[in-house]
Ligand binder design. Structure first.
Ligand SMILES: [Zn+2]
Length: 264
């Protein structure tokens, strides 16, 4: 099995001011707001160099990251944050219910499950989001929609991206892995079963959103690598796809139904 740092993926421009700087396992994205860079998820700590080197390769200076936005408080999405905060003074943003995860108040970052002794690179979020919060950084307005299940504070994001005069709505569903909704995990950490039972409501909540570009929480969610290959081959940008969210939600629902049916 590949180590996390062996999962190199070429960084690339998805569309206009939106870039992929993650790896094969976990997504990290940059939104260039014209007044600083927003990093959406900071990846595993040992993969932070891939994020920053990937940015440099694209001509983006990591020192210009003004904000780190987090989809949820799991180790593979928050692991690089503390180092970036200390290096560059970035402001950090996360959903309210996941704040105790990243401050270390509770031991729920999935660090142990991912092979670490503990989560120690804690940080104190500067901006805490609630359902429906809208905030603007530079030329980009983000809307946070609470979609709990994978974690209580999982946030899905909707935001404008632009290339010249062309503006699209981009989105990320904030977390859909069934791993943290299985009964064994919930019981182990004393988490309420309502997290799992109410997850279909999170899918329902965003199903009518109009989205032009869906990005993945993990690259496999939207076949990020395959789409990059298509772009390189000169095909029309496959990220621009107004049906992607609907298909993604249907896939997640199937995963969920399979989990429920299995009794796990
Ligand atoms: Zn997660």
């Amino acid at each position: 099995m590949l180590k996390t740092w062996e999962g190199y993926l070429e960084p690339f421009q998805i569309f206009g001011n939106l870039y992929f700087v993650g790896n094969r396992f976990v997504s990290s994205h940059i939104i260039d707001t014209g007044e600083g860079l927003v990093l959406l998820d900071s990846n595993h700590p040992e993969c932070l160099y891939m994020v920053t080197e990937g940015m440099r390769k694209l001509g983006l200076d990591p020192a210009n990251i003004t904000h780190i936005l987090h989809s949820h408080g799991h180790f593979d999405h928050i692991g690089g944050t503390r180092a970036l905060v200390e290096m560059y003074g970035c402001k950090t943003i996360i959903g309210r219910e996941d704040v105790p995860y990243v401050t270390g108040e509770v031991d729920l970052t999935w660090a142990k499950e991912l092979g670490y002794d503990a989560y120690i690179q804690t940080f104190c979020p500067d901006i805490v989001l609630d359902d429906g919060d809208v905030f603007t950084i530079g030329n980009t307005t983000f809307r946070a929609v609470s979609t709990p299940g994978h974690t209580p504070g999982t946030m899905s994001y909707f935001f404008n991206v632009q290339d010249g005069d062309t503006v699209y709505t981009a989105a990320m569903f904030g977390g859909a892995g069934m791993n943290s909704m299985k009964l064994a995990f919930l019981n182990k950490y004393g988490l309420p079963h309502s997290l799992r039972e109410n997850f279909p409501l999170s899918l329902e909540k965003v199903k009518d959103e109009q989205v032009d570009i869906l990005i993945g929480n993990h690259p496999g969610d939207v076949d990020t690598a395959g789409k990059w290959a298509q772009i390189q081959a000169g095909e029309p940008n496959p990220f621009i796809d107004t049906t992607a969210l609907t298909r993604r939600l249907a896939y997640i629902r199937k995963q969920y139904d399979d989990m429920i049916a299995s009794g796990e």
